[in-house]
Write a protein that binds this ligand. Structure first.
Ligand SMILES: [Zn+2]
Length: 69
């Protein structure tokens, strides 16, 4: 069985299904969350509020959608 490559998991933070590389949660350093929540936590740690986090994520998505993830 191949570990590398795409796999699907449920993010415990937002409850969404995601594929790809998980991010390690900064809150406990052992929970794997989806890349979006990883970005959210990173932004949160530098003081970006929730509304702005979503705006930044939307921007990231619009730039990565046509690329291979
Ligand atoms: Zn998530």
């Amino acid at each position: 069985m191949k570990i590398e490559g795409k796999r699907t998991a449920i993010c415990p933070r937002c409850g969404k299904k995601y594929t790809g590389r998980p991010a390690l949660s900064r809150t406990d350093n052992k929970t794997y969350i989806c890349p979006d929540c990883g970005t959210r936590e990173a932004l949160e740690s530098i003081g970006v509020d929730e509304k702005e986090q979503e705006e930044i994520l939307a921007t990231i998505h619009s730039h990565t959608e046509h690329k291979r993830i």
